[in-house]
Design a protein around this ligand. Structure first.
Ligand code: ATP
Ligand code: MG
Length: 584
């Protein structure tokens, strides 16, 4: 058979791990399948008995018994099939759900580097598509394979009982049949692999562009996207046709092979019957067994095929599970309480080994100080903020909060003590409460309502139909830009961090909202160290220190008033020209 990509040990390991809790269901399943198998083997014997007694026609009683048995066994067989399907579906779903949970959890633990380099579509394909492909592997594979092999062996043994010629003839046929089907398969399989790859590409492409519909349309890229769409479809169709032709060829081969098998069975039985060595009932039985043989051979073939699909999925899931987060959690040195002092010591960072985005950044903020972080677009301001929260680690240099290098703190602790308000707030589908607390039930409703009030969101809050239980749309569709920003502030207030990083929205808001935001920022800064990535003069005026980034390097750092008073400084020139113009 075709070589598999993974060692047997891994299959066994996977099956063991995910089926451990379901031992009794699997035992039950095995018993049912063996019982079903036995009934399949018994039925032809009953028919033979029926035919032979009918010919002798002495009494009707034997016929009745044979008929009743045949019907009874057939019915029972159906019941067994239903029960076995039910159990195996359950086993498969419980196992794959467990795996799905593990993979999803793993994806959540992976960091920005991973999520930036994988489209949502491709992650969904892993968590859903690939794992679905494993359902059968978990629930059915071993048992079906074993029971169908047993069935083939059982049929052959029963045929040998009728005479070695019949047995030997059928054994040769089975070997040839499997060989022929395997041979034709070789031509069909590669196309299936290609088909799956193309469909993954297609859905990756689709989900990426559905997420960005608004941008696509706004930028007039619709034609380009449609062009790409159609070219993907054009590649898809011929591959699909070839894959299905391959499948049809396989199917026809199977039909022909079994027609030949039947012919052989007929020829042999006719010969033996003329000899007088078998009865007409036996002739029918041999014929019936030959027909029955098609089923397990077909099943074994589909199981092996399925294993190969599972194989590819297992490899991909393994790869995903083996991807280690680049950010390792710290040992757990506790961060100091209250406003946090910040020290950056010669910090250098580059995204994916490119040119340094931040180069030799070196500064210190006293507890409670406000830093205004300025710089043209692309100068590295947001990147600096990401480093503070350890979304990425710098390649060299150390960031300290108080005396604690942030690599030594627990990530959970770090992200609780450092709050970030980004340019675009992520609203997920859920209640207002969950959006604000991120499911932290330790935060009381009173506190949430108080914070909303402090931020001037009380009239918005009163307009909600179900208070904190009101649903928000994912993406924040129902919120104005100002409200979204204020909600982001509320999140920060609720965790009460010692350092706040505020990546100010560069878009302009209406004056009333501006005012509310101003008041909220004042509250936000109180008793906290703060880094504000500022786009507007009003915000800059709050800063104690100013840091101007230029191409990832510090162009200027110092006390705001000193810099403003120095006509030579970049900052004072910026103020002169109007910083909105310089930084826009
Ligand atoms: P803006 O004022 O427009 O928000 P910024 O100063 O915040 O700009 P950054 O977002 O820090 O700029 O980007 C700094 C540089 O790093 C840019 O050249 C940008 O292209 C690059 N960059 C940002 N994010 C990534 C990323 N995830 N992967 C690779 N490069 C990135
Ligand atoms: Mg930015």
């Amino acid at each position: 058979m075709t070589a598999f990509k993974i060692p047997l040990r891994q299959y066994v390991g996977l099956l063991r791990h995910y089926l451990r809790s379901q031992r009794s269901s699997i035992m039950g399943l095995a018993v049912l399948l063996v019982a079903g198998l036995a009934m399949q083997l018994v039925n032809p014997q009953l028919i033979r008995y029926f035919i032979d007694s009918a010919q002798q026609a002495e009494t009707n009683e034997a016929l009745w018994i044979a008929a009743a048995l045949f019907i009874g066994v057939s019915l029972l067989q159906q019941l067994v099939t239903v029960a076995a399907t039910y159990i195996s579906e359950n086993v498969g779903w419980i196992a794959t759900n467990k795996l799905r949970g593990d993979v999803a959890e793993h994806c959540l633990r992976l960091d920005m580097t991973f999520h930036k380099s994988h489209t949502t579509g491709s992650i969904i394909e892993r968590v859903d598509g690939d794992i679905n492909a494993l359902a059968n592997f978990f629930s059915n594979f071993v048992i079906t394979l074993a029971s169908n092999l047993l069935l083939v062996v059982g049929i052959l043994i029963l045929l040998f009982r009728e005479g070695w010629i019949v047995g030997a003839g059928m054994s040769v046929f089975v070997v040839l049949a499997i060989y022929a089907i395997q041979y034709i398969r070789k031509f069909a399989i590669p196309h299936w692999g290609k088909l799956r790859q193309i469909s993954a590409d297609f859905y990756g492409f689709l989900s990426e562009h559905l997420e960005g519909t608004e941008d696509t349309r706004a930028n007039g890229a619709s034609d380009f996207v449609m062009h790409k769409f159609f070219s993907l479809l054009r590649v898809w169709l011929p591959v699909r046709i070839r894959a299905f032709l391959g499948w049809a060829a396989m199917w026809i081969t199977t039909l022909v092979v079994f027609a030949i098998g039947n012919a052989v069975a007929f020829a042999l039985s006719a010969y033996l019957w003329r000899n007088g060595s078998i009865t007409i009932g036996t002739v029918y039985m041999i014929f019936y067994y030959t027909e029955l043989m098609a089923k397990p051979i077909e099943k074994i073939r589909t199981q092996m095929e399925d294993l190969q699909k599972a194989d590819a999925s297992i490899v991909r899931i393994r790869q995903l599970l083996d991807t280690e987060p680049a950010i390792r959690d710290g040992a757990g040195t506790p961060l100091p309480a209250g406003p946090l002092p910040v020290t950056l010591d010669d910090v250098t960072f580059a995204y994916e080994s490119g040119k340094a985005t931040l180069d030799g950044i070196d500064f210190r903020l006293e507890p409670g100080q406000v830093l205004g972080l300025l710089g043209r677009t692309g100068s590295g301001k947001t990147t600096l903020a990401r480093l503070m929260l350890r979304f990425y680690d710098p390649q060299s240099g150390v960031i300290r909060l108080g005396d604690v290098p942030i690599r030594d703190a627990k990530l959970y602790d770090l992200r609780r003590r450092v709050g970030m308000v980004t340019q675009s707030i992520e609203i997920f589908q859920g209640t207002v409460r969950d959006n604000l607390t991120f499911y932290d039930s330790a935060i009381s409703d009173e506190r949430i309502v108080r914070v909303l009030g402090e931020l001037g969101l009380d009239s918005w809050f009163r307009s909600l139909p179900d208070g904190l239980d009101s649903k928000l749309e994912s993406g924040g569709g129902g919120l104005s830009a100002g409200e979204a920003q204020l909600l982001a502030f509320a999140r920060v207030f609720l965790t009460d961090p010692g350092l706040v990083i505020l990546d100010e929205a560069s878009s302009r808001l209406d004056p009333a909202t501006e005012q509310r935001l101003e008041a909220a920022v004042t509250k936000l800064l109180h008793g906290r160290t703060c880094i504000i990535i500022a786009h507007r003069l009003a915000t800059v005026q709050r800063a104690d220190c100013i840091l101007i980034l230029d191409n990832g390097r510090i162009a200027e750092f110092g006390n705001r008033e000193t810099l403003a008073a120095d006509p030579e400084s970049r900052f004072s020139r910026m103020l002169e020209v109007g910083m909105e113009e310089v930084l826009a």
